[in-house]
Ligand binder design. Structure first.
Ligand SMILES: Cc1cc2nc3c(=O)[nH]c(=O)nc-3n(C[C@H](O)[C@H](O)[C@H](O)COP(=O)(O)OP(=O)(O)OC[C@H]3O[C@@H](n4cnc5c(N)ncnc54)[C@H](O)[C@@H]3O)c2cc1C
Length: 230
């Protein structure tokens, strides 16, 4: 089956709320073979009266994982994220199309930095899992930014894999709350051939500006923006 076009009826195999305001879903998608780290799927909800709503969600699972893992942040009055967070249950089905995306993918062949804010960390987790599984950690440097540690999805996994975590509303160890300073990011930019930036509109503006100021060429930047302005 072609995942670029076809919808599949996916079953929720596992569901939990590892941190407040987020739901993690592990989906069985019939016909799913694999995906590239960084790709996303489209989830479509269908009401009894035929009304549908669809949104994009990045895969956190690494290439080769037979299940598709999503981590969805519940937005205030969010139509799809609210349903997935509050109503969805193990055994339920949702329509899924994917994997989608060629540009925002990392296969390990390039030295890269991934710079993510909040739920923007989700596709970066897939990249990091891929890097760890393939022994390619030295090719992928990761910077993640969140207000506090308890609203950062996959915080423990990211930190264990060597990601640089900057919190803006609380101190982390000896690091005082602040967005990443240029001199914290600069050493991670040596020789990078690709710079992945992912997060809200506001975060993407901030992160691409910082990278430009560090002389990272526009041509190596790959940006994924998550919806409305935070
Ligand atoms: C490629 C891609 C990958 C993504 N991956 C992820 C991911 O891994 N995890 C994740 O959590 N999200 C991800 N997103 C974002 C996701 O697609 C949705 O945008 C998000 O879940 C919100 O959808 P929703 O239906 O819950 O909210 P919506 O109902 O679309 O509303 C979004 C927010 O906007 C507000 N809003 C709605 N309409 C208006 C209006 N007219 N004026 C002002 N405010 C309004 C709502 O109150 C809500 O807070 C991704 C987006 C893209 C494009």
């Amino acid at each position: 089956m072609s995942h670029d076009t076809a919808w599949a009826l996916a079953t929720i195999q596992a569901l939990d709320h590892p941190i407040d305001g987020f739901v993690r879903l592990r989906l069985h998608v019939p016909g799913w073979t694999s995906h590239r780290a960084g790709q996303h799927v489209v989830v479509r909800l269908r009401a009894a009266d035929g009304y549908t709503a669809q949104r994009s969600y990045s895969t956190a699972s690494m290439p080769g994982d037979p299940l598709v893992e999503l981590m969805v942040e519940r937005l205030p009055d969010g139509e799809v994220s609210g349903f997935l967070h509050d109503e969805a249950r193990v055994g339920d089905t949702v329509e899924v199309r994917g994997p989608i995306g060629r540009w925002f993918t990392w296969d390990g062949s390039q030295r890269a930095i991934a710079f993510a804010g909040g739920s923007g960390a989700v596709p970066v987790v897939s990249m990091l899992r891929h890097a760890v599984a393939e022994g390619l950690q030295e090719r992928l440097r990761v910077v993640v930014v969140a207000k506090t540690l308890d609203v950062l999805p996959y915080a423990d996994e990211l930190r264990a894999a060597g990601a640089f975590v900057a919190l803006t509303r609380e101190n982390l160890g000896s690091r005082v709350a602040a967005t990443p300073y240029p001199d914290e990011v600069a050493p991670l930019l040596d020789d990078v051939e690709a710079a992945y930036v992912c997060g809200s509109v506001g975060f993407v503006g901030y992160a691409t500006r910082l990278l430009r100021e560090q002389a990272v060429p526009e041509s190596v930047m790959r940006v994924e923006q998550f919806g409305v302005t935070a």
